[in-house]
Design a protein around this ligand. Structure first.
Ligand code: IMP
Ligand code: MG
Length: 441
């Protein structure tokens, strides 16, 4: 069967966690390729809610192998906390999880580096999750990062830590913060090392072997394409490649191993943190979306900014990711609206833009042009049958499909796995529907 990427087409929080959880039964391996515990993947099973940050959502399915690729920024304490939470929930991680030797560590002082950088930006701050994700990636690119593999030899780790921290302490002192003592960090991480070394392995090699055996892989994206460090709304982005290109570099496989990219898109748009958001709606309707959609960050609890579906943004996302199939989530949040605006163009300096400019300074100044779609005004919540989708909703879907040049293959109608309308002909040859349905029944 095919190896499939599931990633977000907007600014994250499109509902990827639920979709990965729904499709996981059809795959043998689930792999994360970028991001860190800034991600928040909410999964609801049997009325219980679990939020995963770092460990692939596939872990909730017994027997699935879960991988954390080298492209991930890895926090050992966050990981250990998640393992404990899963165990409390009744999910044994055991030997089903492998962490790449090449993941870059988030060190306990990385959040302070981030705090100083954010404060210096003032009004132009990014509004990050404050978890040290950016500084860990900065160290990686600056070639002074420390990787999980370095924890396997504590002498190596110690030496790298001393060098890395010397530079950071110069920054801390200049910003009026006390220096961090390397011995404390060393002691803490030596403890983590003894607990995580059993999980560390060669993820690229393992993937290669599994694919050779004919096993199928689901690549689980974090954040969304518009937060990609290269293709997103820079500099208001995260520090990794959340687009499909990141799959190959973030796991150590060739692009020839990726068969399909499924793009998850919410029926409207949200964004957490700073940065441009042309279709943002701060009126009563925006508040209604926020309330009905429970739009609060799964990691930071911050309210998400809400707005209308932006066909320019999602079409752009389809382009940079090679997406031909879309998973549309949370249409039920819009069930109450008489009319639903959909953005079809941007007015900018007297002319109309019909493609998405990723430059945030242009996006700051555009005025969205909307097409008013008729609301369906009937409940889509919990629907599972395609034939029961309201006609006006089908028109909404068709309009989106035509505008973004991709087909909708799944409509998600609620938080539970079973709240899903599967469009069979679009999923044919992409996922083994028999295996997905078996798990649903
Ligand atoms: P960072 O990833 O913590 O550096 O944050 C950079 C930007 O990405 C901020 O605007 C965050 O709010 C946003 N961000 C990071 N992770 C997520 C996520 O999982 N969902 C939505 N936004 C995110
Ligand atoms: Mg999220």
């Amino acid at each position: 069967m095919a190896n499939v990427v599931v990633l977000g087409t907007q600014w994250g929080d499109e509902g990827k966690g639920k979709i990965v959880d729904l499709l996981a039964p059809a795959f043998d391996v689930i792999a994360r390729y970028q991001g860190g515990h800034n991600a928040g993947h909410t999964v609801c099973v049997g009325g219980r809610k679990i939020v995963l940050h770092l460990i692939p959502s596939g872990i909730l399915h017994p027997g699935k192998l879960c991988l954390i690729g080298n492209g991930v920024a890895f926090s050992p304490p966050a990981f250990l906390k998640e393992v404990a939470a899963l165990e409390e929930y009744g999910v044994a991680v055991g030997d089903r999880l492998v962490i790449s030797r090449g993941v870059h560590l988030i060190l306990p002082y990385h959040p302070l580096v981030e705090k100083i950088a954010e404060e210096r930006k003032g009004a132009r701050k990014i509004g990050t999750t404050s978890l040290g994700i950016g500084p860990s990636y900065e160290d990686k690119v600056a070639r002074c990062g420390i990787r999980a593999g370095d924890l396997l030899d504590l002498e190596v780790f110690r030496e790298k830590l001393i060098t890395n921290l010397a530079e950071k302490n110069a920054l801390f002192r200049s910003a009026g913060f006390p220096a961090v003592d390397w011995e404390e960090v060393y002691a803490e991480f030596a403890g983590h090392a003894s607990r995580i070394s059993q999980y560390i392995g060669d993820v690229s090699l393992l993937l290669h072997q599994k694919m050779r055996e004919g096993k199928s892989v689901l690549f689980e994206g974090a954040q969304g394409a518009l937060l990609d460090v290269d293709h997103g709304t820079y500099p208001f982005v995260t520090s990794s490649n959340s687009t499909a290109g990141g799959v190959a570099t973030g796991l150590g496989i060739g692009p020839t191993r990726i068969d399909e990219v499924l793009g998850v898109a919410k029926a409207y748009t949200t964004r957490v943190g700073g940065g441009p958001f042309p279709t943002e709606t701060q009126d009563e309707r925006g508040r209604l979306i926020s309330e009905r959609g429970n739009e609060f960050g799964a990691t930071t609890g911050r309210p998400r900014r809400c707005g209308w579906f932006d066909t320019l943004a999602v079409a752009y996302s389809c382009r940079v990711n090679g997406i031909e199939r879309i998973v549309l989530t949370k249409p039920d949040i819009l069930d109450v609206f008489e009319e639903i605006p959909v953005c079809v163009g941007y007015k900018y300096k007297g002319s109309t833009l019909s493609t998405f400019p990723a430059e945030s300074w242009i996006l700051d100044k555009v005025a969205p042009r909307y097409k008013m779609m008729k609301g369906w005004k009937s409940p889509t919540h919990h629907l599972t049958e395609r034939g029961r989708l309201p006609a006006a909703f089908i028109d909404y879907v068709k309009f989106i499909e035509d505008s973004v040049e991709a087909r909708v293959c799944i409509v998600s109608t609620g938080v539970e796995r079973k709240d899903s309308v599967l469009i069979e002909e679009e999923l044919e040859g992409v996922v083994d529907l028999g295996r997905v349905r078996k798990d649903l029944s």
